[in-house]
Design a protein around this ligand. Structure first.
Ligand code: PEP
Ligand code: MG
Length: 552
């Protein structure tokens, strides 16, 4: 038995086998082999396994995102049958007597460079695909990946996880997360909360010492992970899981009820989402809408920009699933910890204060316009609102307005149906707070991003796990800022919500209601807990009268 402690990111208990997660970004090293034909047979075996994986991925994607978007997996499968590609790998093994993984890596790079140099845009885009396919083969050859179908539900143990890696994991197969690094306020932590998965960060273990398959108990209440637990510890974990289920079932009784305080004040409770799965979860938890759809997650965990069509379909699907309820889609908030290689962003000294979010969109307007076209088109099919992240000035908001007008004119010219959506901004910089009076005149609503607002107000990097104890989102400075933003929004007749993690703090629900916050957007799993907190606010005597008239 081995036991380690860490910081709790999401409470809960998990019990099951461990899967040690390895990064795949190390270069493949050449190794000498003696039996070329045996090595080629290994590559062929890996090829068969890769094709099986791709078939499974294709079937899953058809169900989740539709045939058109799933086609990429079919294209990858066909690449694995390309004779030129395979012949080059085999001839490298035969003539240079190198290991299969290295031969695949070199061949992949060769084909990728060839595609990248082509005139035709479609062929150029295949450069990333051939690298993707080669990496899949390499992972199988090096034994660093099981076929998705073979992986049993596990507790992931990793040195660190990026949002992009987390996004690629099959949520159904994750029981919990345990990482050595990471902070409680990072996007990986946010993803764990969205996925409703117990998670610990800052656990001082050495992942290489833990074997995949080892049994573990993750206690996300005590902040503890136990490897090779004793039977009594497993029994206790099962009991705790049962207790949690009971509490959950009690909360279920609040489905369909209003978010109304005992003295009659009503607040909107929406859900944060980053994928279609999250929207399903939001619906299951009776969300009144989607208050923050982190669109950048559509851009992560892939090798090229999502096309206008892909984005349009994803946003339209979100709107359709919510069936008339508001879906607030935030435009691309890439940069800092949310990185995708194909953006080719330079390394920066201070990425959290660097070239990110709206700054990228306003300087690379083609990327921004593609997203806006998709958003405005999807808005014609549902109740979509759009909001913009990391705003610091009125000039930015005016410039966004001009670009939206240009996009609308282009759609008009192209005869493509669209709708002008409600538009708001995130208030997540102290600058935006201080000029919220002026900004309120330019927009339809505000959504306060307390994660970044806390980081910039307290001058604490939210990615730095060492500072978690200093990162206090309940700091008076942050609460006073929220109060100021609410006053300024309401003075101009605009509504204001909170979509940062602070909105999900049940102990603050009363504070926010008293401030006059109109909406809270929280992880789907938190909706019923906050509804419970809201319904306990207010005067009991008034409540007796209210109960007679209320819907519940
Ligand atoms: C925030 O900063 O509070 C927010 C909601 O945005 P993100 O966490 O994605 O930066
Ligand atoms: Mg933010």
């Amino acid at each position: 038995m081995m036991q380690f402690t860490g910081k709790v990111v999401y409470k809960g208990i998990a019990l099951g086998p461990v899967r040690v997660w390895k990064k795949h970004d190390q270069p493949v090293r050449p190794g000498r082999i003696t039996d070329a034909e045996a090595e080629i047979r290994e590559v062929q075996r890996a090829g068969m396994q890769a094709k099986r994986q791709l078939l499974e991925l294709y079937d899953r994607a058809v169900k989740e995102v539709g045939e058109a978007d799933a086609a990429i997996f079919e294209a990858h499968r066909v690449m694995l049958e390309d004779e030129d590609y395979l012949e080059l790998i085999y001839s490298k093994i035969r003539t240079e007597l190198v290991n299969g993984a290295y031969a695949v890596a070199v061949t992949g790079e060769h084909f990728s460079e060839m595609f990248a140099g082509m005139e035709d845009e479609y062929m150029r885009a295949r450069a990333a695909d051939v690298i993707d396919v080669s990496n899949r083969l390499i992972r199988i050859l090096e034994g660093t990946e099981e076929a998705p179908g073979d992986m049993e539900p596990s507790i992931i143990v990793a040195d660190d996880l990026s949002p992009s890696e987390t996004m690629q994991m099959d949520k159904e197969k994750i029981l919990g997360f345990v990482t050595v690094r990471g902070s409680a306020n990072s996007h990986t932590a946010i993803l764990a909360r969205m996925m409703n998965i117990p998670a610990l960060v800052g656990v001082s273990l050495e992942p290489n010492q833990i074997r995949t398959g080892t049994r573990a108990v993750l206690d996300g209440f005590e902040g503890r992970v136990i490897f090779d637990p004793e039977e009594s510890q497993c029994v206790r974990a099962r009991e705790r899981m049962e207790e949690e289920w009971k509490k959950r079932r009690l909360l279920e009784a609040l489905k369909g009820k209003e978010n109304r305080t005992r003295d009659g004040r009503i607040i909107q409770l929406y859900a944060n989402a980053g994928s279609v799965d999250d929207i399903r979860c939001a619906l299951e938890n009776d969300a009144g809408g989607i208050g923050l759809f982190r669109s950048e997650f559509l851009y992560l965990g892939r090798d090229s920009f999502p096309t206008e069509e892909e984005q349009f379909r994803a946003y339209r699907q979100a709107a359709r699933m919510m069936a008339g309820k508001k879906v607030i889609i935030r435009t691309l908030d890439i940069g800092a910890d949310k990185q995708a290689d194909y953006f080719r962003l330079e390394k920066e000294e201070n990425p959290a204060m660097g070239y990110r979010a709206i700054r990228i969109c306003l300087t690379q307007s083609e990327i921004f316009k593609t997203q806006l076209r998709a958003l405005l088109r999807a808005a014609a099919f549902g109740n979509i609102s759009v909001m913009y992240p990391m705003i610091i000035s009125q000039e930015e908001v005016r410039r966004i307005g001009e670009i939206v007008k240009e996009v609308e004119a282009e759609l008009e010219d192209d005869g493509i149906p669209y709708r002008h959506p409600e538009q708001g901004i995130m208030i997540e910089t102290p600058a935006a707070v201080m000029i919220s009076d002026e900004l309120a005149e330019l927009v339809d609503f505000f959504s306060i991003g307390t994660n970044d607002l806390t980081q910039y107000t307290l001058a604490i990097d939210r990615q730095n796990g060492k500072l978690d104890d200093f990162y206090n989102p309940r700091h008076r400075a942050v609460l006073k800022m929220i109060e100021m933003v609410v006053e300024n929004a309401h003075r101009h007749g605009k509504w204001v919500g909170i979509c940062g993690e602070l909105g999900a703090d049940p102990d603050l629900a009363e504070t926010f209601v008293n401030m006059g916050i109109d909406e809270l957007s929280v992880a789907p799993s938190m909706i019923l807990k906050i509804r419970k907190a809201v319904r306990e606010i207010g005067d009991l005597q008034i409540n007796c009268k209210m109960a007679e008239n209320s819907d519940q």
